[in-house]
Design a protein around this ligand. Sequence first.
Ligand SMILES: [Zn+2]
Length: 701
Amino acid sequence: MKKRVLALLMAVVMTLQLSGCNAKNIDAAGKEAQSSIKDMFHSAKENQKEAPAENTDEQDTGIQDEDAEIRYQDDYYEYVNQNLLSRIELAATDAHWDWFGELNAVVNAEMEDIIDDLANDGNTYEKGSSEQKIKDMYECVTNMANREETGLGPLKTHMDSIRNATSIEEYVDALAHLSGEFGFSSIVGGYSIMQDKADSSEYAVYMMYADTLIGKEYVEGENTQEYMELYLNYISNMLMEFGMTADEAAQSTDSIEWLLRDICASTLTTEQLYDPSQTYNVYTAEGLQELYSNVDVPKMLRTLRVDGQDKYIVMDVEQAKKINSLLVEENLQALKDYSTFVMLNDTAKYANANYAKLSDDMRNALYGITESWGDEKTWKNLTQDMLPWDFGMIYVERHFSAEDKEAVEEIIEQILKEYETIINRQDWMSEATKKKAIRKLETMQVKIGYPDRWPAARDMMQVTPISEGGSLLSNLLVSMQVAIEDSLNKLGTKVDRSEWDVTPQTINAMYDPLNNEIIFPAAILQAPFYDRDNSYGANLGGIGFVIAHEVSHAFDSSGALYDEYGNYNVWWTDEELAEYKKMSQSIVDYYSNYEMMGVKVNGELTLMENIADLGAMTCITSIIGNDARALDEAFGQMTYNWASEDTASFMMYLLNTDTHSPNKVRVNAVLSSCDAFYKIYDIRETDGMYVAPEDRVGIWK
Ligand SMILES: [Zn+2]
């Protein structure tokens, strides 16, 4: 469950994303395997029902006899998921398996069918229709001869503007043109137009930070230096592909590494990026000029087409100061190399086969994947990435159920009401603050399924076929231009809160603090998250837990700082904030005791998500009350839904960068802090799941 705003911000920072970690291993036999897995799950749950709390007399003999077996009292996650996970063998092409990936693979297969139909039907479609765009884009993606011939063609002049810069002034000017026209950002000049945190009905210009490539966590991590080595090797290979000799590439890589480490040392951590008190720094154009004293700021803002604004928001002031100090003539060559590599890296998978392969190999090495997808799957994924809304429209036509939407709306209603009850029973909150919190619940916008109106960017994006001189790279540049034009069109207008920026085929759910809204795309409304044939308890543990988690984000350590309008506006008293911080610190300490692969969970990085998980479980169990069977079903379903398998490298990636705790920890840590869990199961002090009542954590009791 991602928070949308940060996902947007992070897109700039993280060049390697989770996309593509699909579980192809049970793809082919998917449906069949899934049903037998579910049967095994139910039998596992039957076992577990043999030992409810009220039968304590039989406990000692019943459970202990299973000697080497996993006991639910020690490790509930492993107990519930052992049968499922014993069936999951990560394919060589996969780094990760979970239900999100599994459903993603199903959606992908459906999208692939659409592509196949269009590619083979011999028809010509009306210019601008989704069918025409998909068909012609797929041709651009798959025609490797055309990609070879194109090379870096459409990028060449832009690359040259960086390579040929003879002064810092020319270099900054080249970057500003690349950012203003396409949105490329490497060192300086990157910006983003997003809702103004202080007044979320308006848009504002956020001056973005530098591209930190593999990311601060990897650059500085104790356990990640071997991956850093791989990455440096990748940089060097890319530069050689670009035409440098081995010696030149080695030298350039050294300078890039030096810049990267220097920039990262002055960059906010991921968890700090969620804190508006650190990232919302308002500057005037004059103030910006003082901050970037080595840049002609008025000229840069004109080139970016964002001059004349009353305010500019600098997201990472220390990093901006560092960047400014680096913008001196003696660093010119290193800076040019850095920006050259960023552009190559950003466009590699759309370029010719050699670049695409280097990029693919790097991603595989970072995640511990030993085999590539192969051309066809890669091509089809790329085609989807290029036209997300066109695929979204077709997806909704084919797969969306209005009946399921209504059922889920009812669960959302119930959850929002329960939160009201929970807030009202908090003795650490004043009546005035409770009122504000409840107001935030009452005004929360709910988006389910797909948008009423498709985003303007969908129509703006047109695909030029090869027959008319188009190529994959030229169409990529068009899509980047469309994104820039679309956001510039919005600047100066009122925010339209009905707009969606998540596609309906996304298997995820979000809370957006700037709109005070929860979003459930069409594709998440399916089993195992929601299943109309499931019991009440199971659906509460399934989609109910997901919904309650998103609602909790409205009051997590970051979300709580925004009011019901989505404005950054602290509405808590000082005493309440102090109490909140105290509880948060206990949550940080609690999760920091859990570990995976011998590495401790980062309690600070994962705080917001852990608060959301703990709050969600309080809400769900509070709705269910004393119904032991429904509680058991909810715990079981929630645990089942978070089952996952990872390569060691991917787990390392998650531990360093993911704001969620690893799935096993998400389940066990939450249940061990949940009083209702102890009520229905016989958990004793000597058991692995046991946490003393005074050590159990959570903001909402
Ligand atoms: Zn979340």
